[in-house]
Design a binder for this molecule. Structure first.
Ligand code: GTP
Ligand code: MG
Length: 214
């Protein structure tokens, strides 16, 4: 942002904007914790394994604007960079993902701006996750500002793959040899069958327990 921020006014608006995104993360993070606690209370079960939040660094904001051909400005970053505030929800089972997505969609003060289901439609790389872009109202002393937060929902296994793929692939800056991309896609398939197997095992166990209780 060094080049983009030329005067004190810009520094000021940069700080204000980042304050909004940090606040939005807090709001959404708390909401999700409450949903998880309520679920635990009602069903004795936690759909969320853990939650990670992060604010995008100035360097990656600038990089993304450049990549997409936008001039570096605070206005453009607010308009075009949708993942400045990011939340990642890691669940145990694929079924938890859709349960959570529905719960998030039902929160009346969150607006769902868009959904990308990379579980039903995986990326070319093999990447799987459920993405929701939402906006949350941030109440300031004299105004209310709708602020965007990107929510990524995935299983532990999908997260394992995405983290390692990111580490491996990043080094190649998109020019990995074909066999590496192919092997990574193969790993993604293994991850998917692992998720399926774990889900059906869990369903089988639940059924056994219900039969024992009956
Ligand atoms: P980005 O410019 O990467 O943010 O893509 P986008 O604006 O088209 O959004 P998309 O929903 O496709 O991806 C957003 C985020 O999903 C990325 O910032 C990554 O965190 C994650 N992601 C998407 N594709 C991949 C992938 O192939 N591998 C990994 N590891 N992560 C991915
Ligand atoms: Mg991103």
């Amino acid at each position: 942002m060094e080049n983009a921020i030329k005067n004190y006014e810009d520094v000021d608006s940069w700080k204000t904007i980042m304050f909004l995104y940090t606040s939005a993360l807090k709001e959404v993070g708390t909401k999700l914790e409450i949903l998880n606690d309520e679920f635990q209370h009602v069903h004795q079960y936690n759909p969320i394994e853990h939650i990670k939040t992060r604010v995008k660094t100035p360097e990656s904001i600038v990089k993304k604007l450049r990549k997409n051909g936008y001039e570096i400005s605070i206005e453009n970053m607010v308009k075009y960079v949708n993942d400045i505030a990011g939340v990642r929800l890691i669940c145990s089972f694929t079924s938890d993902i859709y349960r959570l997505a529905e719960m998030i969609g039902n929160q009346s003060d969150l607006k769902v701006l868009s959904i990308k289901d990379y579980i039903k439609n995986p990326k070319e790389s093999g990447y799987k996750s459920y993405h929701m872009l939402v906006s949350v109202p941030i109440y300031l002393s004299d105004s209310v500002v709708d602020t965007k937060v990107e929510i990524q929902i995935r299983t532990i296994a999908m997260d394992f793959w995405a983290s390692l793929e990111h580490k491996i692939y990043y080094k190649f800056e998109g020019n990995a040899p074909e066999y590496i991309s192919r092997d990574l896609r193969e790993c993604a398939e293994m991850v998917s069958s692992l998720d399926e197997k774990m889900l059906s095992l869990n369903e089988a166990i639940q059924k056994c327990l219900e039969e024992q209780e009956a």
